[in-house]
Design a binder for this molecule. Structure first.
Ligand code: 1HE
Length: 259
């Protein structure tokens, strides 16, 4: 496994890897080493891992950019810093396996940008969302302006940045920031269960969902429909797809909504 900075720790549970932001004393604030470590981990997950869970140590998921590292940067250096975050978070969104974030406490600034790069977000009631960049005189730089409006809409994101509005876990769920809202203390276990479920899918299905689906959403209608048909035919042609469909016809596979 690749070497990670002290602020990250990993455990592997069968086909699932669990990556922990492990800097609770600083509320898991993201310094450069942590951002690079996240990117490197998602770019090359441990052998055999089919889904990754991301969570935070302590009382909060992530307090965003490490403000201690926010020096006066030249414009060019500021662009390079933001692009470093972009590269790292692209490894999550367009990496090799689906990512599930377990959210609790602060999910703010770059922490929300990080969560938004994951494919599934599971929130505990303590989770709260904010974009304090607005009040700190800066702008999102970790891909937030591209990813967050796709979850909640540009109008809600603009409101968060312009007014400092904080969304509660319930509000975040209603607005689309999380797909699951679970009980207190249940987030990590639920995220792991979801990741294990994802790991049982045919690899081509997971590939299609994380690589093809977001590109199709952004493509024009005709290109999107063509890409969909190609992806559908490729997935359908896989031996695993044939086995799974035969298993259903032979009454060996679960019905939808039933065990
Ligand atoms: C930090 C950071 C940080 C905490 N960088 N050190 N993000 C923010 O503007 C959020 C700033 N943080 C907070 O509002 C609060 O810390 C929390 C709501 C997240 C948590 O509150 P709390 O009461 O649990 O913790 P605390 O007492 O505020 O912080 C504990 C320690 O963590 C303290 O350090 P200490 O040495 O005094 O113990 C804090 O200074 C430290 N800490 N958050 C550095 N963010 C690619 S662009 C992205 C742009 C952004 O992300 S901007 C948003 C930055």
């Amino acid at each position: 496994m690749i070497a990670l900075p002290k602020s990250l720790s990993v455990s592997v549970d069968g086909e699932i890897a669990i990556l922990k932001l492990d800097r609770a004393a600083k509320r898991n604030a993201l310094d450069d080493a942590t951002v690079d470590g996240i990117g490197a981990f998602f770019a090359a997950p441990p052998e055999g891992v089919k889904a990754i869970v991301l969570h935070g140590a302590g009382e909060h998921f992530c307090a965003g950019l490490d403000l201690g590292e926010l020096q006066a940067r030249s414009t060019a250096a500021g662009i390079a810093h933001s692009r470093q975050w972009h590269r790292a978070f692209e490894q999550i969104e367009f990496g090799t396996v689906p990512a599930v974030a377990a959210l609790h406490g602060a999910v703010v600034g770059g922490g929300l940008e990080l969560a938004a790069a994951c494919h599934i977000r599971v929130a505990e009631p303590s989770a709260f969302y904010a974009l304090p960049e607005g009040g700190r005189g800066i702008f999102v730089g970790g891909g937030g302006s591209v990813r967050i409006p796709r979850l909640m809409g540009a109008a809600r994101m603009a409101d968060m940045m312009l007014t400092g509005r904080v969304y509660s876990a319930e509000e975040g769920q209603a607005a689309g920031l999380s797909q699951y809202l679970v009980g207190a203390g249940e987030g990590l276990a639920r995220a792991i269960a979801i990741a294990k479920q994802i790991a049982t899918n045919a690899p081509m299905t997971n590939f299609a969902v994380i690589q093809a689906l977001p590109r199709i959403v952004e493509a024009g209608r005709e290109s999107g429909l063509l890409a969909e048909s190609l992806m559908a035919a490729i997935a359908q042609g896989e031996p695993e797809a044939k086995q799974r469909m035969t298993a259903f016809l032979d009454k060996r596979a679960a019905k939808v909504g039933k065990k």
